[in-house]
Design a protein around this ligand. Structure first.
Ligand SMILES: Nc1ncnc2c1ncn2[C@@H]1O[C@H](COP(=O)(O)OP(=O)(O)OP(=O)(O)O)[C@@H](O)[C@H]1O
Length: 441
């Protein structure tokens, strides 16, 4: 019996010894593969570490460049410069009067500026004031009026000068201001929203706290910019509480009146009242009630400002409801700027022509200059003011690409491919080229 099974067993032994050898070889191969994978992993880790170092070095370069850019574009002004620019505070140089003091126009270091005189006797030292103002000047956005210099001695702030005055004058059609077309108004709403999202996301968060149409200024192309943001940080508490303008109080969050604290929701409230003013141009007093009544009776058209042209009723209603929700008494019931207001109003930009097409005839001649195509934002189709490079290598207007990304896109607006990163890098070279080109006209 055993003799009979012997050949079978022997062949099985031989087979298993082959199988054993095969397994051994496979194990050796697997170990070799493992060693080579480990080697590759180590090499890749080194590559990754080097790439991180490179990215950090690049980020630092960009940051240094940004700091240098801000420093170069921010200057300390002597009191004698202020006196010269305002022609010794000549009334003819005065362009406005706010709750903190007068505003003059003038030219400093060849730059046209608006000089805001703050109360001289603040509770901050000159260096504290300088430091705070410099930090504010670094917060830049195309829809914020840029603070370009200060005089600590006289507590003066020099801002970029905006040619088309404030939004209040355009809504009230005073000081020879013309009514704005509804397309302008919707764009202005989108721009204010974008700037507010930006300052609220700043670290530390900046709440405007005094948002109203006199603080929304329009540049030569009718692009709107919020002025005075952060000014309350440069003024002592007592000076800050000095607000006896009844018109201004209509824009103030009722919650602030109760607890004395400005919050992000306070700006949402003021934004709501501004939106109602853009729609109706009615006096701010009673505007919430009037628009509510008109909506309830299904007759929003009766309160819309007809001097703005034929409002698209669907969008106007959407804006009116949005504005009313911003004006809710309880801050918790107000919408979030980024997640609720922006997605509602940003798409409306599509029905508005670019600012340049809406300009009045006085800007007509500017349309004749040939615009280098790379100066034009692929999204806004307008000359860029704040060009930023995205991960797809294309340069866009900062506001446009931020809006694109904030609204949840992670693809390139040009190639439709997924972006490796949502990081944006300011394109200073292009910015300077555009500035130089614009100065030729
Ligand atoms: N950078 C600027 N460019 C052009 N005009 C400006 C500029 N800054 C201010 N002005 C003009 O001066 C006016 C007064 O400005 P200011 O900010 O002092 O006061 P306000 O906005 O009327 O009120 P508040 O003191 O509540 O801010 C503005 O409404 C605007 O017409």
């Amino acid at each position: 019996m055993i003799q009979e099974k012997k050949p079978v067993l022997e062949s099985q032994i031989t087979e298993s010894s082959y199988a054993g050898k095969e397994l051994e070889e496979k194990i050796i191969q697997a170990v070799e593969l493992l060693i080579s994978f480990r080697k590759q992993r180590d090499e890749m880790q080194i590559e990754r570490d080097n790439a991180i170092k490179e990215v950090n070095r690049f980020r630092k370069l960009v940051q240094d460049d940004a700091d240098e850019y801000c420093i170069k574009n921010f200057f300390s002004i002597s009191f004698s410069d202020i006196i010269e620019a305002t022609r010794n505070f000549d009334p003819s140089s005065k362009i406005g009067e706010g709750k903190f003091g007068s505003v003059y126009k003038g030219i400093i270091h060849h730059v046209k500026v608006a000089i805001k005189m703050l109360p001289a006797c603040g509770s901050f030292s000159d260096s504290d004031f300088q430091h705070k103002a410099e930090s504010l000047s670094r917060v830049r956005h195309p829809n914020l009026v840029t603070l370009i210099g200060i005089c600590s001695e006289s507590r003066s702030l020099a801002y970029e000068f905006l040619e088309n005055g404030n939004l209040e004058d355009h809504l009230a059609c005073c000081k020879k201001s013309r009514p704005l077309h509804w397309q302008h108004r919707i764009r202005i709403a989108v721009e204010i929203c974008s700037a507010l999202i930006f300052v609220h996301a700043n670290d530390p968060c900046i709440v405007h706290g005094n948002l109203r149409p006199t603080n929304i200024l329009l540049d030569a192309k009718f692009v709107s910019k919020i002025s005075d943001f952060g000014v309350h940080l440069l003024i002592s508490q007592t000076e800050n509480s000095n607000n006896d303008d009844p018109e201004a109080s209509i824009y103030v969050d009722p919650e602030y009146i109760d607890n004395g604290q400005f919050t992000v929701e306070s700006d949402v409230y003021s934004f709501g009242v501004i939106l109602l003013r853009l729609l109706t141009a009615r006096p701010a007093l009673g505007i919430v009630r009037d628009v509510k009544c008109a909506l309830e009776s299904g007759n929003l058209g009766s309160v819309l400002d007809s001097s703005a042209g034929d409002w698209p009723i669907e969008q106007a209603e959407l804006l009116a409801y949005l504005a009313l929700s911003c004006c809710e008494k309880d801050p918790l019931n107000r919408p979030n700027m980024l997640s609720e207001v922006w997605p509602t109003i940003e798409p409306m930009r599509d029905i508005c022509k670019p600012h340049s097409d809406l300009n009045t005839s006085s800007q007509g001649s500017k349309g004749q200059k040939r615009i280098p195509p790379h100066f034009v934002c692929p999204i806004f189709q307008d000359v860029m003011e704040d060009p930023h490079i995205a991960a797809d290598g294309y340069t866009y207007e900062g506001d446009a690409i931020k809006g694109w990304l904030y609204s949840g896109h992670d693809t390139s607006p040009m190639t439709n491919l997924k972006l490796d990163t949502c990081d944006l890098i300011p394109n200073y070279a292009l910015y300077r080229a555009i500035q130089e080109w614009q100065q030729q006209f």
